[in-house]
Design a protein around this ligand. Structure first.
Ligand code: NAD
Length: 462
């Protein structure tokens, strides 16, 4: 029986990062993965392919909206969906094969097949048993569907099927105004679909700073997405050529229906914990179906660790990556640590939305006195030249100490801009520290500095 210091089950961003870091720290490591390619949901059917589709559809939209104004005239591009899917797939392939290369480079063994824990310290992969001093469960999550709605990944799809549609549907209904619904909804709206988003709550993007959420909904509405809020979807009926979506209007409990060609179910994801031998090994679960861990990601069974979407916290690739590194460091005897207070969240629509730290609603609820510094992209020269003046940066700082407590950005490159605030927060910086940092002109990042200035004596260009 081959023996390892560590066997990681799952080669998504949490698992593969953990395996590579274990190898870098001198441990003998294997990673179990049953997919034909490495990278998990994120690289194969999640973040990476959706970003390719977001990019392509954004370019298409740009060509039809601003090219002429910029003096770029001539035949307008048309959508060739099969070709676009080919581009998407080549992006996926280059990323997944990149992880395979990194495994070889770092001497991580890829054990191909489904992994099951047969006892503490033992993992079965496709009928072969392996020994491991440490087992890391990094099996990710799967789409959580609604009762009464049968996914066929053809007309009634999750994000996986939405990335493989054979043609651009005339009409699309998206169930759930969360991250997946709005990202994929914007892709198809830009490619020409008539998109209606049905959301159970009375606002989009639950958990987001509400001022950002309201602005976001307005901007998406301007782009053609339709929203029905307070709508609880009950069923989707397959008719011969159409789908009939039935939902309850929560305000008055009346029932309404919508006809559509495609339904995207984007109502959240659930941890993937089946057939892993967790119960048999005595691993405790939470009542939400996640693997229960302590602050260092140990389960209750010595030598079994868990991380990423199977444990508590936001289901984000980068949170899983950080946990992967922390677990590897802990196994190697170092002090692995994740700062859960500084995990950014990004929605890759156009404009992008990004946030880190506390929202205004959370600070109010905590009774925490704070100052708000806001700056609109309309006052940013670079944004104006890119037709990207919609949106703003908002920084929240402690009223007494000026320490940054949170930041929320809706606007161009928000997903990149947020990281200077993340670094500042890691160093416990005050808004004044950002405000006194020279930012190159003309860059979008000046809007972040101006918002920091607005926490003090005031922004210059507003
Ligand atoms: P989500 O939790 O972000 O949103 C689901 C939405 O569906 C919620 O607003 C909820 O109120 C609504 N909903 C639930 N039941 C409903 C019903 N019956 N009728 C109408 N609305 C209903 O979930 P998601 O968008 O599916 O994303 C899943 C996970 O994947 C999330 O944790 C997300 O963070 C992650 N993800 C992140 C990114 C990113 O970071 N850019 C991209 C994709 C996915």
């Amino acid at each position: 029986m081959a023996n390892y210091d560590v066997i990681v089950i799952g080669a998504g961003p949490g698992g593969y990062v953990c395996a590579i870091r274990c190898a870098q720290l001198g441990l003998k490591v294997a990673c179990v993965e049953s997919r034909q390619t490495l990278g998990g949901t994120c690289l194969n059917v999640g973040c990476i392919p959706s970003k390719a589709m977001l990019h392509a559809s954004e370019m298409y939209h740009e060509a039809h909206t601003h090219f002429d104004t910029m003096g770029l005239v001539g035949a307008s591009p048309k959508v060739d969906l099969p070709k676009m899917l080919g581009y998407k797939q080549s992006t996926v392939d280059s990323n997944t094969s990149g992880i395979e290369f990194l495994f070889k480079k770092n001497k991580v063994d890829w054990l191909k097949g489904h992994g099951t824990i047969t006892a503490p310290g033992k993992v079965d992969v496709a009928g072969t048993e392996y020994g491991a001093k440490n087992i890391v469960v990094a099996t990710g999550s799967e789409a959580a569907t609604l009762t009464g709605i049968e996914i066929d990944e053809d007309r009634i799809v999750t994000s996986t099927g939405a990335l493989e549609l054979k043609s651009v549907p005339k009409k699309m209904v998206v169930i759930g105004a969360g991250v997946i619904g709005l990202e994929m909804g914007s892709v198809y709206a830009r490619l020409g679909s008539d998109v209606t988003v049905l959301e159970f709550l009375d606002h989009i993007t639950p958990g987001m700073d509400s001022e950002i959420s309201r602005t976001f909904q307005k901007l998406l509405t301007k782009q053609g997405l339709k929203f029905k809020l307070g709508a609880a979807v009950k069923s989707v009926e397959k008719l011969k050529t159409k789908l009939k979506v039935t939902y309850q209007v929560r305000k008055d409990e009346s029932t309404e229906t919508l006809d559509t060609d495609v339904v995207l179910v984007a109502t959240g994801r659930k941890p993937y914990t089946e057939n892993l031998g967790l119960a048999e090994a005595g691993v405790e679960m939470t009542d939400r179906g996640q693997v229960k861990t302590d602050a260092h990601l140990n389960t209750n069974v010595p030598g079994i660790w868990a991380l990423g979407d199977v444990v508590a916290g936001p289901m984000l690739a980068h949170k899983a990556e950080d946990e992967g590194m922390a677990v590897a460091e802990s196994i190697a005897g170092q002090r692995g640590h994740v700062n859960y207070g500084v995990i950014p969240g990004v929605i890759y629509t156009s404009p992008e939305v990004a946030s880190v730290g506390k929202t205004e609603e959370e600070l109010k609820e905590e009774g925490h006195a704070y100052t708000v510094g806001k700056f609109p992209f309309m006052g940013n020269a670079r944004a104006k030249s890119h037709f990207a003046g919609d949106g703003f940066v908002k920084i929240l700082a402690d009223k007494a100490t000026d320490r940054i407590l949170g930041a929320h950005i809706i606007g161009p490159m928000a997903g990149d801009l947020i990281h200077e605030v993340c670094v500042a927060m890691e160093f416990g910086a005050a808004a004044e520290d950002l405000a006194r940092t020279c930012h190159a002109h003309p860059t979008f990042s000046e809007a972040v500095r101006e918002a920091a200035l607005a926490c003090g004596d005031g922004a210059i260009h507003a």
